[in-house]
Design a protein around this ligand. Structure first.
Ligand SMILES: [Zn+2]
Length: 116
């Protein structure tokens, strides 16, 4: 079963129907940040282009400028908000909370110690 299917299967049940292990599994799935994919067009790293209310990532066409240390330049053939930029957009649908994830990990660890 894929992770997404498993997550849906667990999330569709009522919380009281889940075992503690299943609850921890669901909380971990829901609060583990998605891996940001590479640009589907050119394979470069995506940049955050919008945050708040769902983060949006896109291929900006910017790169380090070797002639001006610490500065960026636009790659040859790219322009601001071009078609490449529009087609590369990727939205992070999952709203993760690193504190909840850390709590779940610590709780799981503490439970395992008790069992030994
Ligand atoms: Zn790209």
């Amino acid at each position: 079963m894929s992770n997404i299917k498993r997550e849906r299967e667990l999330a569709n049940r009522e919380p009281h129907e889940l075992t503690t292990d299943e609850l921890l599994e669901l909380v971990r799935m829901q609060h583990t940040a998605d891996e940001i994919p590479a640009c589907r067009i050119c394979g470069e790293t995506l940049w955050i282009v919008r945050s708040g209310g769902g983060r949006v990532w896109a291929c900006s066409g910017l790169e380090d400028d070797p002639e001006n240390a610490g500065r960026l330049r636009r790659r040859i053939g790219r322009s601001e908000a071009d078609d490449h930029y529009a087609r590369s957009k990727w939205e992070q649908y999952r709203h993760t909370d690193p504190f909840v994830l850390e709590l779940a990990i610590r709780y799981e660890r503490a439970m395992k110690k008790d069992k030994v």
